[in-house]
Design a protein around this ligand. Structure first.
Ligand code: SF4
Ligand code: SF4
Length: 385
């Protein structure tokens, strides 16, 4: 776990890397390119040289640092405990200071606006339409305010709307409120909340990221905890706002259902389950999705991909690193084609959009949902505890 890091701290962190290479076999970009510059060890060396002023920014250096997915598989497998993400964030910030770095950072702008702009500038015909169709938006994001349970509340929990989730997956937010209320929690949506800060932090803009963290620190004060539906946001909050007890909604609900079971109907077909790398590697939580779905009767669940693997969505990579994102997604599409599940469940909005867009491209019929949407559709006892 790390918080937003200055360059000196990042250099001290890079010193802990003993260049053993034990992380290399787990790195998806090294697996794709077999190039040291696309490996964790290579990127740490490049970041170190950049931060010490021994290497001037150029397109090649920027490319190596940009293509990192921040999937954190390297951190999980590093015997020296190197906090790789802190080093990479810092190097990206230095690139931005020197006039380079990713230029599409717009943490509060709707993803579709970004997609439309990029589809034009990067010549990606059809992408915007496929993304727009990827997750049908039938609900409105819940309004700020308080959503009480039927009886006396077990606690007051803040809900982070998320800058992409609120526009692309508002039904999942409504579903989360329904489940939390059914478990006896009052849900509070503070009006003054902002983006979690992950997009800005990972695109070399720590000042914006810090401002967003501070805004959320104030907005979520006085509650018993807070939850987020996108595991990427949950991870950023866990690392930067621990005093507000943030948690991803999937382990929170899995625990809640364990203590206070609710009745659910049987799902109407098999499910494919995608565990985002931010959940598996970042939050060290591989089981909450299975635990959560284990509360449904008679389920057939198939896990997609390798444990801790990355689907390629990687924040804005689904837009900015199209070729790499599609190559990393392809094995999951082949598995999906073979399994032909009724549902594809994932707990991060970026992964959901990327996988759903892939399914449309490949002509695979599957309903892509956040697990809380499926649970909410199948709940038998909405007020029943
Ligand atoms: S975060 Fe992921 S893509 Fe980046 S260097 Fe580590 S393992 Fe490779
Ligand atoms: S990041 Fe860790 S595992 Fe990878 S080369 Fe450095 S010390 Fe070894």
């Amino acid at each position: 776990m790390h918080s937003l890091t200055d360059h000196q701290t990042a250099l001290a962190e890079a010193d802990h890397c003993v260049k053993c290479g034990l992380c290399l076999p787990y790195c998806p970009t090294y697996g794709l390119y077999a190039d040291e510059g696309e490996s964790p060890r290579g990127r740490i060396a490049l970041a170190e040289a950049l931060l010490r002023g021994q290497l001037a920014p150029d397109d090649a250096l920027e490319g190596h640092l940009d293509r990192c997915l921040l999937c954190r598989a390297c951190e999980v497998h590093c015997p020296s405990g190197v906090r790789y993400t802190a080093i990479l964030d810092s190097a990206r910030a230095r690139l931005r200071e020197s006039g380079g770095g990713t230029t599409i950072s717009a943490p509060d702008s709707p993803l579709m606006t970004m997609a439309a702009r990029l589809a034009r500038t990067l010549h990606l015909p059809g992408l915007r339409g496929r993304l727009a169709r990827a997750l049908p938006v039938e609900d409105k994001a819940p309004a700020p305010g308080s959503y009480p349970p039927a009886g006396p509340p077990r606690g007051r929990i803040g809900l982070l709307l998320g800058c992409v989730t609120r526009t692309q997956q508002p039904g999942a937010l409504q579903a989360a409120i329904r489940l939390l209320n059914a478990l006896g929690y009052e849900v509070v949506i503070p009006d003054a909340q902002e983006c979690c800060g992950a997009l800005a932090a990972h695109q070399g803009d720590p000042d914006t990221a810090q401002r967003q963290v501070e805004a959320n620190r104030s907005a979520f004060a006085g509650l018993d905890g807070m939850v987020s539906l996108a595991s990427g946001c949950s991870l950023h909050l866990a690392e930067n706002l621990p005093e507000r007890s943030p948690e991803d909604i999937t382990p929170f609900l899995a625990r809640g259902l364990q203590a206070h079971p609710l009745a659910f109907s049987r799902p109407q077909g098999p499910m494919a389950l995608h565990v985002p790398c931010t959940l598996a590697n970042g939050l060290g939580a591989t089981n909450p999705l299975l635990e959560l779905l284990g509360h449904l009767p008679e389920t057939e669940i198939h896990t997609l991909g390798q444990p801790g693997g990355c689907c390629g969505a990687a924040g804005t990579h689904l837009l900015t690193q199209r070729e790499q994102a599609v190559r990393l997604r392809q094995p999951l599409m082949e598995q999906l084609e073979e399994l032909k599940p009724r549902y594809l469940l994932t707990a991060n909005i970026g992964c959901a959009l990327h996988l759903a867009e892939g399914a449309i491209s490949e002509g695979i019929e599957v309903e892509v949902l956040h697990p809380v949407e499926l649970l909410s559709h199948l709940i038998d006892s909405p007020g029943g505890i």
